[in-house]
Design a protein around this ligand. Structure first.
Ligand SMILES: NC(=O)c1ccc[n+]([C@@H]2O[C@H](COP(=O)([O-])OP(=O)(O)OC[C@H]3O[C@@H](n4cnc5c(N)ncnc54)[C@H](O)[C@@H]3O)[C@@H](O)[C@H]2O)c1
Length: 305
């Protein structure tokens, strides 16, 4: 299996490390900045003797190295700075993503492409349009990260092991994020049966603000430990040929009454990409919120120059 990670910044570098350590195949880390991917890979290679593990990882500034990849992860782009929303990044990252996807189209047209660059749902749809691949093979990582953050905050609030929590978040990886207490389970019990509405709302707001909280603490750059773990989970599922239900930014074609947009929904993921959109039985309020989020994404997509 050949897996390429484009963008060797904070998220890309750490993703390459996790994938190499998982032993999933040959990992190619690519960045436009001269020496960055090579430098990180030299450092990563040096961990092998300490970890008593062999892996094959190559760092390069030559995009041609992604040729015939089975999986391509796109993390190339600018990260948020304090005070910036993900949407502020829109046009800068759209330009980068378009250039990267044109290269993927030429060099690795049979790959499964996982988009990470923000604003995630808009960049995923743009990638689908530029690549012209089947939409089940081009999707985005965003809401598994949001669900992981929701789970962590619930675990701290209730003093329950995070492994006992299955958090459910749908919607956009951004202003339209929808953490869902009714579908979130704590030791098998729905969260809305365990805590009151106000407390649930407090946790939702904290989840919503988690990315901004991290950006403000860091001062420059945004989160990368949990994002890279979320990417590695997706890549591992595909590379090992497992099948798993998780949240992805996926193209909807009528599901939830939504069409022609990428948005975070629960999906069945397998070795060939998204096998199925798993529709949750949303109540009227949840469905309206998801549809409203989809309409906003469609409007924002039109703003891409
Ligand atoms: N979807 C998510 O959940 C999630 C989570 C974290 C970060 N992100 C996003 O991922 C992106 C990367 O974040 P980061 O923290 O790694 O940023 P970073 O600035 O550390 O790294 C980005 C890298 O992309 C490279 N790059 C730019 N244009 C390129 C091109 N054309 N080809 C190859 N490489 C190119 C840059 O040189 C840089 O090294 C950002 O857009 C960020 O907002 C998304």
């Amino acid at each position: 299996m050949k897996i390429s990670v484009i963008g060797a910044g904070n998220v890309g570098g750490l993703t390459a490390m996790r994938l190499a350590q998982e032993g999933l195949g040959d990992i190619f880390l690519v960045d436009i900045a001269k020496g960055l991917a090579q430098g990180k890979v030299c450092d990563l290679e040096d961990t092998q003797a300490i970890l008593k593990s062999n892996f094959n990882i190559i760092g390069t500034d030559d995009i041609n190295e992604i040729r015939d990849s089975d999986i391509v992860v796109v993390t190339a782009g600018l990260a948020r700075k304090p005070g910036m929303t993900r949407e502020d990044l829109l046009n800068k990252n759209a330009q980068i993503l378009k250039a990267v996807c044109l290269n993927i189209k030429t060099l690795a047209a049979k790959s499964i492409v996982i988009i990470v660059t923000n604003p995630l749902d808009l960049m995923t749809r743009l990638a689908q349009q530029v690549l012209g691949l089947p939409v089940n093979k081009v999707f985005g990582m965003g809401i598994t990260l949001d669900a992981a953050r929701f789970a962590n905050l619930i675990s701290k609030e209730l003093n329950v092991a995070v492994t006992q929590i299955e958090a459910c978040v749908i919607g956009s990886h951004g202003e339209g994020m929808l953490p869902l207490p009714r579908f979130t389970k704590v030791s098998g019990e729905p969260l809305d049966k365990i805590i009151g509405k106000d407390k649930a709302q407090e946790l939702i707001v904290k989840t919503f603000d988690r990315g901004k909280e991290i950006v403000a603490f860091l001062g420059s750059g945004s989160a990368y430990f949990a994002p890279s773990a979320a990417i590695a989970e997706i890549v591992t599922t595909i590379a090992k040929g497992d099948s798993q239900t998780l949240g992805l930014s996926a193209y909807l074609n009528g599901e939830y009454g939504i069409k022609d947009v990428c948005i975070g929904v629960t999906c069945r993921l397998g070795k060939n990409g998204i096998e199925k959109i798993v529709e949750l039985e949303l109540n009227r309020e949840e469905l309206a919120a998801l549809q409203d989020c989809a309409s906003k994404l469609k409007e924002q997509f039109k703003e891409i120059k």
